[in-house]
Write a new protein. Structure first.
Length: 181
């Protein structure tokens, strides 16, 4: 099952499905949050893949990023025990937000074996008392620690046009894989 809200993404996916002759793919053109909330039963998914979600790279737009604590809780609630979440992005700051948010979710285990420091957030980004709940802000402790973070791109993940474009622009690509306890 694939969920995509952007019409050009739907068209590209339908074209690729046709070219590959796939018959086992279901596509939903709708907001992923609503689909997960209203159409997917709790503890029913074996895995969730989120590749190159909009990074909303301007700081004032970070509140629009998909990977926030509330959405992570929703994802986890739809996963079976032992299920996984695989994320990929070509924006380093978003990759760090992803591992900080998902590492804070106690029912997930980061499958990475390498710990890294936070590099793209600074003291000016630290969460303030009474700040917006729907917007990620790191804590001082998170900024001062090393964190399990990235894995090598699994062979099952296709190389997307966003990845290709990001690499041409000199961006890195970061994959994160978590397993539900």
């Amino acid at each position: 099952m694939a969920i995509e809200v952007h019409p050009p993404g739907i068209g590209a996916l339908l074209k690729r499905i046709g070219e590959m002759g796939l018959t086992n793919v279901r596509l939903i053109q709708h907001d992923a949050v609503e689909v997960l909330e209203k159409m997917i039963l709790p503890e029913s998914l074996d895995g969730i893949h989120i590749y190159f979600a909009d990074p909303w790279h301007k700081k004032r737009h970070h509140k629009r990023r998909l990977i926030q604590a509330a959405f992570t809780r929703l994802l986890v609630s739809r996963l079976k025990s032992g299920g996984y979440v695989h994320l990929a992005t070509d924006w380093h700051n978003y990759a760090e937000q992803m591992f900080l948010v998902l590492n804070a979710e106690h029912s997930l285990i980061n499958t990475s074996v390498a710990a890294v420091p936070v590099e793209t957030f600074g003291s000016e980004d630290i969460a303030q008392e009474g700040g917006a709940e729907n917007e990620f802000k790191p804590s001082r402790a998170q900024l001062e620690s090393h964190h399990l973070a990235y894995v090598e791109r699994p062979s099952y993940r296709p190389i997307t046009k966003f990845e290709t474009r990001g690499l041409k622009l000199g961006h890195g690509v970061w994959d994160l894989v978590y397993q539900k306890k």
